[in-house]
Design a protein around this ligand. Structure first.
Ligand SMILES: [Zn+2]
Length: 163
């Protein structure tokens, strides 16, 4: 049995279960959460959210990249999102490494958006969102740090405007 076989078996259980399957593609909380791909984070559970309530975007580090802007432009302008949360986390694999390290380890000569300091990275990412023409108008943006040991989320910064 391969991993793909296990996934298909898992889906059989999922289909026969009684989970909610919302019919509306628009996030009920008008919310999008960007976070890291780290396996220790369950973004819906960590923030008290359910299926159907928020867009969840994930990448290495939970960083605002061009592709995140692409997705959020659709969240905001097509699917009614008004609040965006960037949630980075403690013990992130992108923290305290450099692009040079990662170029050597991966062989890929690209920007990995490493994080020297979460306060700075979150501020930069929130600024990138609020300055982006493709997201305007957006109501509220927040930067948060998730503690992978305690599960606690700390608000690092927030930005608001009336829309
Ligand atoms: Zn991470």
């Amino acid at each position: 049995m391969t991993e793909v076989d296990r996934l298909l078996a898992g889906n059989e259980s999922y289909v026969s279960g009684t989970r909610a399957r919302p019919d509306n593609a628009e996030p009920a909380r008008r919310l999008a959460v960007l976070t890291c791909m780290d396996t220790r984070i369950d973004p819906l559970a960590a923030l008290g959210l359910g299926v159907g309530e928020a867009h969840v975007l994930r990448n290495a580090g939970g960083r605002v990249t061009d592709d995140v802007l692409r997705s959020l432009a659709l969240s905001v302008h097509v699917l009614g999102v008004r609040t965006v949360v960037v949630m980075q986390h403690t013990r992130c694999g992108l923290a305290h490494v450099t692009n040079d390290d990662l170029h050597v380890r991966t062989g890929a000569n690209i920007d990995f958006y490493p994080i020297a300091d979460h306060a700075v990275a979150l501020r930069d990412d929130v600024n990138k969102l609020t300055a982006s023409e493709v997201l305007n108008p957006i109501g509220e943006v927040a930067g948060m740090l998730y503690d992978v040991q305690t599960g606690e989320v700390k608000l690092q910064l927030r930005w608001r405007q009336d829309v």
